[in-house]
Design a binder for this molecule. Sequence first.
Ligand SMILES: Cc1cc2nc3c(=O)[nH]c(=O)nc-3n(C[C@H](O)[C@H](O)[C@H](O)COP(=O)(O)O)c2cc1C
Ligand code: SF4
Length: 653
Amino acid sequence: MMFPNLFSPLKIGTVEVKNRISFQPHLTNLAVGNLPSERQMYYWGERAKGGAGLIITEELTVHPTDMSYEKLIDVYHSEVIPGFKKITDYVHQYDSKIFAQLNHNGQQGDGSISRLPVWAPSPVPDVLFREVPKAMEPEDIEEVTRYFAKSAIHVREGGFDGIEIQFGHSSLARQFLSPLTNHRQDEYGGSLENRMRAPLKFISAVRKAVGNDFTLGIRMCADEMIPGGLDLAQVQEICARFEASGLIDFMDLSIATFYNLYLVEGSMHTPLGYTIPLAAGVRERIKLPVFCTGRINDPVMAEKVLASGQADMIGMCRALICDPFLPKKALEGRMDDIRYCIACNQGCIGRIGMNKALGCVQNPAVGREKEWGEGTLTKAGVKKRVTIVGGGPAGMWAAKMANRRGHQVTLIDRAENLGGQVITAMKGTGRDEFGVIIRNEKSQIDKSGVTVKLGMEATTEQLLADKADVVIVATGSNPKKHPVGGADGPAIFNVVQVLNNEAELGEKVCLIDYDGHQRATATAEFLANQGKKVDMITSSLFICAELGPTQDLYSSRQRLLQKGVTFTPDIAVMEVGGEAGAKTVKGFNVYSNVWNEWGPYDSIVLAMGQQVDDALYMSLKGKVPELYRIGDCVSPRKVDMAIWEGHKIGREI
Ligand SMILES: Cc1cc2nc3c(=O)[nH]c(=O)nc-3n(C[C@H](O)[C@H](O)[C@H](O)COP(=O)(O)O)c2cc1C
Ligand code: SF4
């Protein structure tokens, strides 16, 4: 067996988990009426079917003062029990275990949802939510403790195998433990013993409620990674004391807080396995099973962590959002079939942070497992000859899905490689992992019966002469030709030309950013890395305006500023002019309406939007029995929609 440690069982409290893979807790926004839903049953069930030994639910809120998202499950109401039973029964049929995560988010909550003040140890506002919380009175602490206990009973009655209490990155318990957020002078603040008092009350109450024959653990923040906060040494001591209490059976770990949210779900700019040293540090100190989570997205790394004794259980969150069947594929040695998560954060946390239902750019079935999950694809009634033009993500997905349904598929692209715009995007600084999207799909196309024709320009005449039953146009988009006055002058380039090394740039460059996303920022960094002096001008309030949801805002801005890039926000750029070496940018401040001119620059780079490449589609319209267009050639968007539409059309034709 390739992964003997990963697929060995582990006893956690009273349960035996069949392997070392835990599908880690994460919000789904799939609850209905604050109760567990059928969609969640299929969602978690799919990961059980895919072989995860353990599943930990999203955080379930234990008290009305904690409502950080509209669609949290209110576990303190007994009405949750029937829905829980359906979920746990469904998961158990695949021999997986399922724990519930109980949480109160404390100051990391939103009183405008609950219409109640948020509660916290001290009136310290969270950096993200910014609400000044009500400092909890002793009776409030007693009340939350009672609610933890009440909630635990509902979990047990709902058929779960265990409970995890959230003491991690977003939790009231951590706020009590940390000197950063606990400024109390009473018996709940000050010394470590005092700061542990409320969290220990929560654990004791839950233990009492569920009894000794039920598995109970905590998810501890291994390091707050912020001056004045908890560091690994303090956390080791706290973990040792929790272990010594004899109340818990396992120690799951997370990292950071909302001060440094970009470390909680590290994006592709964060190293793979970035929390492993922290897990190893905690494991050195305690004997309880320790979970390690954070960009461990492949079984090889997981096996190494286990084999070297750095942790006992591997937490995979996004890896299994992206590919629910990763465990099964690893067990069967089908490494090429794994769809690796790229830590883009666009579909998962990027949507959750905006209060939308969970998704994944690479897995359109997330949250739609009943309709689109494993085993739902049916053979087409009539086998058709399908020609797809455009080998980017949309075209590749359409080809893969149509082929699986029994159609005879030909995929054509004028480029020498499959991948479309991803091939350019992955050249941006720190974006190479974006290319894994293509590697994932290419391995599937290579194994399929799809005929791939590269380096071939598909013309209208050829396509009409070929008389395919279905033509799908996925020809993508290109940078806008004339996004601003003077754009056709000398020494002006777009980001695609820059990333493909097709631009001869001088030393002083102005990048006009109407994108706010990686297209602009990863290009600016690419140039700064070449030693160029880069000024960025944007119409937005700030540079990286679209990168908040993906957790890249902070670290991208940090890296750009550290590399000497300057930011000028609020500017509507109206004209670019001048000769090479003396280029100027003219525009006005969108608030004051005051005009200004910037320069001189050697070169100007435009990230000012895309335009569809729909000429082929328009020329075929009305002349082909079944004609579709998908992805950017319909309207330029992000890769998630290209994949979504490729997947959908492949299922429908
Ligand atoms: C969409 C999303 C929601 C999350 N919600 C929770 C949560 O409710 N409770 C929790 O403890 N961690 C939550 N997390 C953090 C994950 O459990 C995990 O620690 C993090 O994603 C890093 O692991 P990964 O690299 O395997 O994804 C969430 C993560 C994501 C992506
Ligand atoms: S959206 Fe991106 S980061 Fe999130 S699970 Fe999918 S591939 Fe991974």
